[in-house]
Design a protein around this ligand. Structure first.
Ligand SMILES: NC(=O)NCCC(=O)O
Ligand SMILES: [Zn+2]
Ligand SMILES: [Zn+2]
Length: 485
């Protein structure tokens, strides 16, 4: 059966034009005028865009003594409801020595419920011969080319500089991409202990324990270590000017570094932690914490200027009951917030509707840029013949007020509660299946497929060539002087 999307404006990362889009067998087969199909979707007044890709989710993640509540079922339904058609989740080996392949098996056991396509990043939570060896299999056989390192969460997921340098060098050899959660975990641990000792036990102390300096220092350190190891670097959840500045400078110097701000850091601020209601503040505890207007403006400017590349969510949703594990001790509040369902409408509302972004830039930041970085473009992130029919028909006039009462996510609150958004999906298609039909969710459990992503991306190849060309070489001398003895 064929499906045709009619009367819309096709909008990609580089242009917009009027055309119909014909779909068969889960792929786009033709783009043009006057197309017909068995099923017609009317896109009058809408943009026809590549479905969103959220490159940063933690679905059913074991973390801080519990599991994040949205799993591959509710999480991917929430994604589709908001126009996102692919998520990339982090497979996390237990830091006490669990192998990478073993962790991937655990993630495979969970992801079978996905309603949209998905891929994984691999986390490196400890270092040893087994990790070194298995990295090759992960890249070459499992099709996962991105490896995340936590520079924070001391005593749990954190790796030290020597481990990070070893891992980065191995990734450079194998054609992988390094990722970091950039916060100085040693400093955070000390600040946490000091705050607790002084009786600062509430959720606001979470923000006090993670000032922008800890992020800026770690981002800069990771950039320099990646440069010495000869590996491209992707910095997740960039929240402040200090980290952005390090990325901006590195990119201006020709280093291969990308920065990913989150929709939460772009639109919410630290005043949330001062709320008199403990639950309200604790629900917003995430790392890095929300910042102030100055940092938000830096992130928006980075998106406009191209020094920041991708907008994600870091969706890691805990219920109020789970957040209450940290009553009396803020260090025990599970870190993480939701956002999968709201990323695209919030970015459209605060980006395109305000004139900060063009619709084409919106597509680039929510889909195409990350598809290119992760090496799954143009299968994903494109409206082109042959691409997967992961499409969102975006209605710029459709409005709603975000509320937990009607959200798809399984948790009992929403950090964007009460915010009105203008710009929502009329239809969301996942490999041709119409999963959102005029506000109605018609997704299918298990429809999602794993997306393999080969290593040795174009960026890896270019960087390796450059590093070879500029590597230190011995000076060729005509004669060696006699020893002075
Ligand atoms: N960001 C956060 O607070 N929770 C999820 C885990 C991580 O990305 O650090
Ligand atoms: Zn993180
Ligand atoms: Zn994360």
């Amino acid at each position: 059966m064929t499906t045709v999307i009619k009367n819309g404006t096709v909008t990609t990362h580089d242009r917009s034009y009027k055309a119909d889009v014909l779909i068969d067998g889960g792929r786009i087969i033709e783009i043009g005028e006057g197309l017909t199909g068995d099923e017609e979707l009317d896109a009058t007044g809408c943009y026809v865009m590549p479905g969103g890709i959220d490159p940063h989710t933690h679905l059913e993640m074991p973390f801080m003594g519990t599991y994040s509540t949205d799993d591959f079922d509710s999480g991917t339904r929430a994604a589709l409801a908001g126009g996102t058609t692919m998520v990339v989740d982090f497979a996390l080996p237990a830091p006490d020595g669990q192998g990478l392949l073993d962790a991937l098996q655990m993630w495979d056991n969970k992801s079978g419920r996905a309603h949209c396509d998905y891929s994984y990043h691999m986390a490196v939570t400890w270092w040893g011969e087994q990790v070194f060896d298995e990295m090759k299999t992960v890249i070459e056989e499992r099709g996962i080319n991105t490896f995340k390192h936590f520079m924070a969460y001391k005593g749990a997921l954190m790796v030290n500089d020597d481990e990070m340098f070893s891992s980065f060098k191995r990734l450079g050899e194998l054609g992988g991409i390094a990722m970091v959660h950039a916060e100085n975990g040693d400093v955070v641990a000390e600040l946490q202990a000091k705050l607790m000792a002084e009786g600062n036990t509430g959720p606001e102390a979470h923000a006090y324990s993670r000032p922008t300096q800890v992020e800026g220092e770690a981002a800069n350190r990771a950039i320099m270590i990646a440069d010495m190891a000869g590996v491209p670097l992707y910095i997740v959840h960039v929240s402040c000017e200090e980290a952005h500045e390090a990325i901006r400078r590195a990119r201006q110097q020709g280093k291969r570094v990308w920065g990913e701000p989150l929709i939460q850091h772009l639109t919410l601020d630290e005043s949330e932690y001062m709320n008199k209601d403990w639950d309200h503040a604790a629900r917003r505890v995430m790392s890095p914490p929300f910042r102030n207007l100055k940092h938000q403006e830096s992130l928006w400017a980075g998106l406009q200027a191209g020094s920041l590349s991708v907008v994600a969510t870091d969706h890691c949703a805990f219920t109020t009951e789970q957040k209450r594990y940290g009553v009396g001790d803020f260090t025990k509040i599970p870190n993480g917030t939701g956002g999968l369902e709201d990323r695209m409408p919030m970015l459209w509302t605060h980006g395109v509707e305000t004139g900060r972004l063009t619709p084409e830039e919106f597509v680039a930041m929510t889909s195409t840029n990350i598809a290119k970085i992760l090496n799954c473009y143009p299968r994903k992130g494109a409206i082109l013949p042959g691409a997967d029919a992961d499409i969102v028909v975006w209605d710029p006039q459709k409005e709603k007020t975000i509320t937990a009462a009607t959200q798809v996510s399984a948790i009992d609150y929403n950090v964007f509660e009460g915010k009105t958004v203008k710009g929502l999906p009329r239809f969301t298609l996942t490999r041709g299946h119409v999963a959102v039909h005029d506000g109605e969710l018609r997704s299918r459990e298990g429809h999602g497929e794993f997306v393999k992503r080969a290593g040795n991306t174009p960026t890896n190849k270019a960087l390796s060539k450059w590093k070879d060309l500029t590597a230190p070489r011995p000076v060729q001398r005509s004669g060696i002087p006699a020893s002075g003895v």
